[in-house]
Design a protein. Structure first.
Length: 299
């Protein structure tokens, strides 16, 4: 079974790109992951992305990835979508991870643009199609050229949208004009992958968010999207503006680093980072505290 979905909102409205908690010695913290997952769903998340960038997927093993999907699925059951990140720059490896995630109980897959290799658009099309063909799970594309080096062009997204299991796109391209055209032409469920653009992307057709700051402000993000959908744009704008210090604070540096620091300040599971990521300095931590306080986050 899976949580209730619709073609318009195949993974719900508010999803957290969840950090992967580690123990003090750097091992996978399964208990911490389960407690954090339950906390996030209790806070109002419709879904959790595990093994994504915010989950430090480049530095977790395949075995850890499988263990994490199983643990989070066990913790939240069918109260929320568990979407597994399976993107790599090796199509065969991504297919293996997709099949592993399906066996582990994931409700869906997140597939990032292959990074570093800089494939052509035809290469991207074949890569994403191979992953979508490999399981029966619905797929969310993840378009983030700032990390991958290559955008998924509009024509490629429109082609990919013809695949019956490619149902959504996580947009971190930062181009509202291109998003407008691609939403209109592809019919995919569009999720903001850039917290600062959550409200603007709703205005051009996005259905929800895959968020990092939702580790800290899920109720506020739910309020924002529900107000907008109800036609109360003024309230949605008020929430957006109130959250600006949170958006700014979390992304002053790499989001995983700041979120894990914030979770530690709140007494929630997170733990250390794996190199090459490093903890905030004392000055950076104090700045984060000021930013979160300005946005109304209680520590």
């Amino acid at each position: 079974m899976a949580p209730t979905s619709t073609p318009q909102t195949p993974f719900g409205r508010v999803l957290t790109a969840m950090v992967t908690p580690f123990t003090p010695d750097g091992a996978l913290d399964v208990d911490g992951a389960q407690r954090l997952a339950a906390h996030l769903v209790d806070a109002g998340n419709d879904g959790l992305i595990v093994n994504g960038t915010t989950g430090e997927s480049p530095t977790t093993s395949d075995a850890e990835k499988e263990q994490l999907v199983r643990a989070v699925r066990e913790a939240v059951g069918d109260r929320a979508f568990v979407v597994a990140g399976v993107g790599t720059n090796d199509t065969r490896h991504s297919v293996e991870l997709a099949r592993q995630a399906e066996r582990a109980g994931a409700h869906g897959l997140l597939t990032v643009t292959p990074y570093y290799s800089k494939p052509t658009q035809e290469g991207l099309y074949r890569h994403f199609t191979a992953i979508a063909d490999s399981t029966d799970l619905p797929v969310m594309l993840y378009d983030i050229p700032g990390r991958s080096g290559v955008p998924i062009q509009t024509e490629t997204i429109v082609r990919l949208a013809e695949h019956p299991r490619i149902v959504a796109n996580k947009d971190a391209k930062g181009d509202l004009g291109r998003a407008s055209w691609t939403i209109a032409r592809s019919g995919l469920a569009w999720y903001s992958g850039d917290d600062m653009l959550n409200l603007p992307l709703l205005s051009v057709g996005a259905v929800g968010f895959v968020s990092v700051v939702s580790h800290l402000v899920t109720p506020e993000l739910r309020s924002l999207v529900e107000a907008y959908l109800a036609g109360d744009v003024a309230k949605a704008l008020e929430v957006h503006q109130r959250l600006l210090p949170v958006y700014t604070g979390v992304f002053r540096t790499q989001g995983v680093i700041t979120v894990k620091a914030a979770l530690g300040l709140k007494g929630l599971p997170g733990g250390p980072l794996r190199l090459p990521l490093v903890e905030l300095s004392e000055d950076e931590t104090e700045q984060l505290k000021r930013d979160l306080a300005a946005g109304g986050v209680q520590l």
